[in-house]
Design a binder for this molecule. Structure first.
Ligand code: NAP
Length: 303
């Protein structure tokens, strides 16, 4: 029997793990992947986490995991399928077995959204990618398009511009959503061209991606762009499907919980990107992990 099982080994889960183990709890982190870090692993460069003016996503993930390992946190690489018996003793069901625990911290983060256009599924892995840091090297000296206007799209475009001959950023509005500092870095790159007010309508090719059909909404004009790859970065959705019915969620599937990370179910906490909150950053995810442990300590006083 565990005091607390933490589901997810991203910044929120690892933050909770180091606070939890220091509080003396018998705990484990469950994650299907043996490599910790969550979405941060797909981030080329992190420059807004306190203490690190510039560090790669994989390096900061290694540091987070190294910290947890040093404190002796137990990691279990199994896929969590659901939580049953959400009473005082909760049962966490995985693809291999079940575990009993007094409390659970849900920290499964978020995953990328699909664009939903023709050719997207057909060419997945054949020119269509959702991870520039994973697949960018396949497009060295080639032409690619990035779709989206948020932090991820702009970071991806900057990263790809360092190895591709040309990068198109296709954005549906006339303003980027990304942080100002990222926008400035992007604008300074000579091999990046932004297609404003534009939507990708179709991804085309024979065996691999050859071009995309783009529609400019302001000019009411369609065009074809020759590209070898399309990187889709149009946002994320929470990974909460397996917790439906267990805790209250909003229409987008985000778990309703305040700064104290308490959900609608006793002894179940939500930390990081899966929580309904205004700002999803590494630093806020780590803070959620600490807050969840603090709330849990109060819960254990009475339970
Ligand atoms: P995001 O901030 O939600 O941005 C998604 C972008 O995709 C928006 O520009 C949106 O356009 C566009 N988009 C959405 N649906 C679309 C569609 N169907 N067709 C075309 N474009 C579409 O998502 P994100 O960039 O993945 O970032 C996710 C979260 O992680 C954010 O909270 C972000 O701040 C955070 N993050 C932070 C950092 C950092 O601080 N360095 C790095 C990475 C991620 P509109 O602008 O028109 O809505």
């Amino acid at each position: 029997m565990y005091d607390v099982l933490i589901i997810g080994a991203g910044p929120a889960g690892l933050g909770a793990a180091i606070y939890g183990i220091r509080a003396g709890f018998k705990l484990a982190v469950l994650d299907q992947s043996p490599i910790s870090g969550g979405q941060v692993l797909n981030t080329y460069e992190v420059d807004n986490y306190l203490g690190f003016s510039q560090i790669s996503g994989s390096d900061i993930s290694d540091k987070f995991r190294g910290h947890a390992d040093k404190l002796g946190v137990e990691f279990i690489n199994e896929q969590v399928l659901g939580i049953e018996n959400a009473d005082r003793v909760k049962t966490v069901r995985t693809d291999k077995t079940t575990y009993e625990t007094r409390a659970v911290i849900l920290a499964t983060g978020a995953e990328h959204l699909q664009l939903g256009v023709k050719g997207e599924n057909e060419f997945a892995g054949m020119g269509v990618s959702y991870c520039a840091t994973c697949d960018g090297a396949f497009f060295k000296k080639r032409t690619v398009a990035v779709v989206g206007g948020g932090d991820v799209a702009v970071e991806d475009a900057i990263f790809l511009a360092g190895m591709c001959s040309k990068v198109y950023l296709v954005h549906r509005r006339d303003k980027l959503r990304a942080a100002d500092i990222l926008q400035k870095k992007l604008m300074a790159l000579s091999n990046v061209e932004i297609l404003w007010d534009s939507e990708v309508k179709e991804i085309n090719g024979s065996d691999i991606v050859e071009n995309i059909s783009v529609f400019n909404k302001k000019k009411n004009e369609s065009s074809t762009l020759e590209v070898n790859g399309v990187f889709i970065a149009v946002g994320v959705k929470p990974v909460t499907e397996m917790f439906k019915g267990l805790v209250e969620m909003d229409d987008g599937g985000y778990i309703v919980a305040g700064e104290d990370c308490r959900t609608s179910a006793d002894g179940i906490y939500a930390a990081g990107d899966i929580r309904k909150k205004p700002m999803r950053q590494i630093i806020t995810a780590v803070a959620d992990g600490a807050n969840a442990i603090n709330s849990l300590q109060n819960y254990f006083i009475n339970n």
